[in-house]
Design a protein around this ligand. Structure first.
Ligand code: ADP
Ligand code: MG
Length: 621
């Protein structure tokens, strides 16, 4: 009988190992930047072409390598970072498995140019499919440059698995963000196809967050800090009012290493208690420090999962640190009626009577059927706040027809979303409609309407009601034809980061459909038109919302449209209401009750609540 078991040649073993460590261009970026950080670099450059599929280059000013080490570094299990298994528990470096360079060299064309600190002559090595193809002295001044071309050139199956350039770029940006956030003290340059996406100077954490995610983040962050023997907690968490329906920036780091952990994520969310609307997610940048012998980072090849010795205690500490941070931030007394908490907490919903909702909708209305009735849009460009579109009724779009197949998916999404909302809604308490008398409404503190209803009094938050009505109209309208734009007398300028510019351009057809039109002055967006219902002074607020949605969330087209319209309706309505005439109050309430979702604003906040006659009388007893 002949033996059938053979040892695999190194290059094949490396290819197999590469499958674990290197899944996509972003994995190469991660491993190489980590190596640069481990080499003590103060400045790191990342240049990619075609989402990293064609080339990835990383240049650092770290300590470099000798000729011997440069060759050795491509061997499997070649590492300078540990010498025994026990070292795994006293790690101070990102890498330690000695697999990355060997794996990358097995599946790409790699060129390394490096010089050891203090030496005169460097080494340039070319390697492809695990074989060194050339080696020569080099005249490099400092550090190391590694370029990785034609990723997966010899593993076509893997190459075929790669996603579109857009998706792969997003993965790279995510890896980049994680490392840039771990090391705010290191300067970074990041370019894609020759365009600089980030140029980050070494800075403190707050500045790094703002440089990466945009200046509007500055107002959203609350510092978090806690120190115990088991763990030190530092960093920033997002104010509850900036929480969102989709996962945003959620980052955990431990001992200078990014990690994912759904258990600790739960601790953070628990710390927000009921300060967040249901199904919303907070942003956070939380840095833990634990004694290194209580942490195992070697549980996963890509090292994004780690194991803590005392995760239960850490859970409680994180939760209370979050609570404490939010408590401190909330200490300032809030007397302003516009603040959400005032409205939400003032009335106990569980005491209100349960009633069947009565919703008046035109059930025969079908936006796809043309009819002879008027086609005037409710968005004629008047730009008036609060009482927008008073010329348009619920069927003012009847004669418009859907004109683009590409929006078909959108219907599906909205239907699904509506279903979901409906099921949520069923658990909620329903409200009777206000009485139809003309003089039963009083505007309180501009922002609230007090309305007499049969069973007592109803309080309506005007901005949220406006937001709901506008949102519903826009969603309905958007499916059929582009939203009316208003030409600006003076172009409106708004600075973007390069990443944001990329995403803006990626979504240009949707943004044009919303009523925006623009030119570029470098990274500055120069708007020549904006949606007609948006007043110029609220354009920044609207753009802040839009930028946040298009840059940091992986949304499909339908979800994105929903989010963008949400940003637009919030910006067009979320400001101090003007004094409403009786007619305007009636119109608003009429429109509100035509909405199936008249209890909640599109961003999930309560629009109205009733107080029973009994409760009202109790106030005086
Ligand atoms: P690991 O990082 O797990 O040790 P790698 O395969 O990523 O394994 O790297 C192997 C070795 O090559 C490292 O331990 C380090 O000594 C050296 N090395 C890699 N990249 C650099 C760099 N940019 N500068 C200096 N040395 C490097
Ligand atoms: Mg490494």
């Amino acid at each position: 009988m002949s033996e059938v078991i053979r040892l695999l040649p190194d290059n094949i073993a490396n290819q197999i190992a590469a499958g674990e460590v290197i899944q996509r261009p972003a994995s190469v970026v991660k491993e190489l930047i980590e190596n640069a950080v481990d080499a003590g670099a103060n400045n790191i450059e990342l240049h990619i072409k075609d989402a990293g599929k064609t080339s990835i280059q990383i240049i650092d000013d770290g300590k470099g390598m000798s000729e011997m080490d440069a060759r050795m570094s491509f061997e499997r299990h070649a590492t300078s970072k540990i010498t025994s298994a026990a070292d795994l528990f006293t790690l101070t470096t990102k890498g330690f498995r000695g697999e990355a360079l060997a794996s990358i060299a097995a599946i790409a064309h790699v060129e390394m140019d490096t010089i050891e600190q203090g030496e005169q002559i460097g080494t340039k090595i070319q390697i492809a499919g695990s074989k060194i193809t050339s080696q020569e002295p080099s005249s490099r001044g400092k550090g190391t440059s590694i370029s990785v071309k034609n990723l997966f050139f010899n593993v076509p199956a893997r190459r075929n698995f790669l996603k579109s350039d857009n998706v792969e770029t997003k993965h790279i940006i995510e890896e980049f963000n994680r490392i840039a956030l771990t090391h705010p003290e290191v300067g970074f340059i990041f370019s894609h196809n020759g365009n600089v996406i980030h140029k980050l100077d070494g800075a403190g954490l707050r500045k790094r967050i703002v440089d990466l995610f945009g200046r509007n983040f500055n107002d959203k962050l609350v510092p978090i800090e806690e120190e115990t023997d088991i763990v030190k907690v530092k960093g920033f968490i997002g104010k509850p009012e900036f929480s969102r329906k989709t996962r945003g920036e959620q980052y955990f780091f431990v001992n200078n290493r990014y990690f994912k952990d759904s258990y600790f994520n739960h601790a953070v969310v628990a710390g927000y208690d009921n300060l967040m609307p249901p199904k919303h997610y907070p942003s956070y940048f939380i840095y833990l420090e634990v004694p290194s012998n209580t942490l195992d980072v070697n549980v996963h090849p890509t090292k994004t999962e780690v194991k803590f010795e005392d995760d239960r205690s850490i859970y409680s500490i994180i939760r209370s640190a979050v609570k404490l941070a939010l408590g401190k931030y909330n200490i300032a007394p809030i007397l302003d009626f516009e603040h959400e908490a005032q409205f939400d907490l003032s009335i106990e919903q569980q005491n209100s009577p349960i009633r069947q909702p009565e919703i008046r909708v035109d059930s025969s209305f079908n936006p796809f059927k043309s009819s002879s009735s008027g086609s005037s849009s409710g968005f004629s460009g008047s730009g008036s706040s609060g009482s927008f579109g008073s010329s348009g009724g619920s069927n003012s779009f009847k004669s418009l027809k859907p004109n683009k197949e590409e929006w078909e998916d959108f219907y599906k999404i909205t239907e699904e979303a509506q279903e979901e909302l409906k099921t949520e809604e069923e658990e909620e308490i329903s409200f009777e409609e206000p009485l139809k008398s003309s003089s039963n409404k009083i505007q309180l503190h501009r922002n609230l309407l007090l309305i007499q209803v049969k069973s007592g009094a109803m309080l309506v938050h005007i901005n949220r009601a406006n937001e709901r009505v506008l949102y519903d109209e826009l969603m309905e309208h958007f499916m059929l034809s582009p939203i009316a734009a208003q030409q600006l007398m003076f172009p409106y300028e708004y600075n973007l980061l390069s990443t944001q510019k990329l995403e803006w351009e990626n979504n240009s057809s949707t943004l044009k459909r919303l009523g925006f039109d623009w030119d570029w002055k470098n990274n500055t967006l120069v708007l020549s038109s904006v949606p007609s219902m948006l007043e110029v002074e609220y354009v920044t607020q609207c753009l802040d919302g839009i930028i946040e949605k298009i840059t940091h969330e992986e949304l499909d087209k339908g979800e994105l449209v929903h989010e963008l319209i949400l940003s637009l309706s919030a910006a067009a309505t979320n400001h101090r209401s003007k004094a409403l005439s009786e007619e305007e109050m009636n119109y608003l309430i009429d429109r509100l009750f035509q909405s199936e979702q008249h209890q909640y604003s599109p961003s999930g906040k309560r629009i109205l609540n009733t107080i029973s006659i009994e409760e009202l009388n109790n106030y005086l007893s």
